[in-house]
Design a binder for this molecule. Structure first.
Ligand code: ZN
Length: 187
């Protein structure tokens, strides 16, 4: 039983690692044309994109299973979370003093910008599920997602603009100012 629970946990963490840097991929409409994905991103008002919301919902479902969460005496911000797969093992979770930083725990929490299950369990107990996104790296937030699209344009410049640039370039060439002078006069 313990081994099965543990491998399920590992598989689930592997699933979690699929969300990484901000990209159009955070959109639920990732298979739709870019213009549609862009519209979705720019209109989105939630603190995190839809795909990150889904990820956090799964994370919280798993984290809610951890019941043994105890503050370490004399160490504010430190918690021991009992492992689900092995009751004799405790995970030490250290809350960060910085905003938008996952609690320190296993390697997952240090590299992915999301709390691990243990960190998420502490956040739910201490701050409530509604505050989970405040412990998620800024790169996973809606602002970063929007930034992928803001200022991006799919429009090609008008023909008169292209013509103007070509004409200006031709004039420069014809003026000779930009031609290199020969280095030596031929004999
Ligand atoms: Zn952990």
């Amino acid at each position: 039983m313990a081994a099965a629970a543990s491998s399920a946990e590992v598989a689930s963490l592997a699933e979690m690692t699929r969300i990484d840097a901000p990209s159009a991929d955070h959109s639920t409409a990732s298979l739709l044309p870019r213009r549609v994905a862009q519209a979705e991103a720019l209109a989105w008002t939630g603190p995190v994109p839809p795909r990150v919301e889904t990820h956090l919902a799964k994370l919280m479902t798993q984290a809610a299973r951890y019941k043994s969460i105890n503050q370490v005496p004399g160490s504010p911000g430190m918690f021991d979370v009992g492992s689900l797969s092995n009751t004799s093992v405790k995970r030490r979770v250290k809350m960060s003093k910085d905003a938008f930083t996952p609690p320190e725990c296993c390697a997952y929490a240090l590299t992915k910008g999301f709390p691990c299950y243990h960190g998420a369990a502490v956040i739910m107990q201490q701050y409530g599920a509604a505050n989970m996104h405040k412990f998620v790296d800024k790169k996973h937030h809606t602002a970063a997602w929007k930034a992928v699209y803001e200022g991006a344009t799919n429009e090609v410049p008008g023909q008169h603009v292209v013509d103007g640039i070509m004409l200006a370039a031709k004039k420069l060439v014809l003026s000779g100012d930009y031609l290199h002078h020969p280095k030596a006069i031929p004999p």
